[in-house]
Design a binder for this molecule. Sequence first.
Ligand code: 5GP
Ligand code: MG
Length: 186
Amino acid sequence: MPSRRTHPDVERVLISEARIHRRVAELAREVTHAYLNTELSVVGVLNGSIVFLGELLHRLPMPTRLDSVVASSYRAGTVSRGPVEIYRDFRLPLRGRHVLVVDDILDTGKTLSLICKHIRQHRPASLRTCVLLDKPARRLVPFQADFVGFKIPDAFVVGYGLDFAERYRNLPCIAVLKPQLYPHPR
Ligand code: 5GP
Ligand code: MG
């Protein structure tokens, strides 16, 4: 069985496991400082945020409520196709709540802008977003996250929750796969 650390499909490691852990700990401190003793409603965007969400959440000291939404995925590709859809909605009442939406990566901006527009209709007291990764060069819809782990160049990445056709989510680092594994040139 290949090691998670030196997976044969990985072309290069963009962000090491150690750097991710250090930065997530810092992000948790930034979020804690921004909310102080406020109860926070955390909404994770599944599945990509799952590893990041878990690590961030267990570092937050304030009272939290957790919910999630499922947005449309890339399926087996590396490019977003068509309009984004919310497949499974959150369940907690968010009216009057301080909401933090957590996602793995901000790319074109379509997913987070749709989710934020949707949540705003429920009249939260405040709404902010936190992403592990940001690819500003690829934005199609103007969108800025409030908390960003790392800005990265335009490359399709996997690991630490991010997948390619549902694989590689368990890699401990953020990595670029060997080009022959991707079906279409970007
Ligand atoms: P956006 O709507 O901002 O274009 O895309 C956001 C979603 O696309 C992310 O939540 C993520 O699921 C997916 N995505 C965008 N870029 C990448 C990438 O480089 N790798 C992976 N695995 N998913 C990505
Ligand atoms: Mg996603």
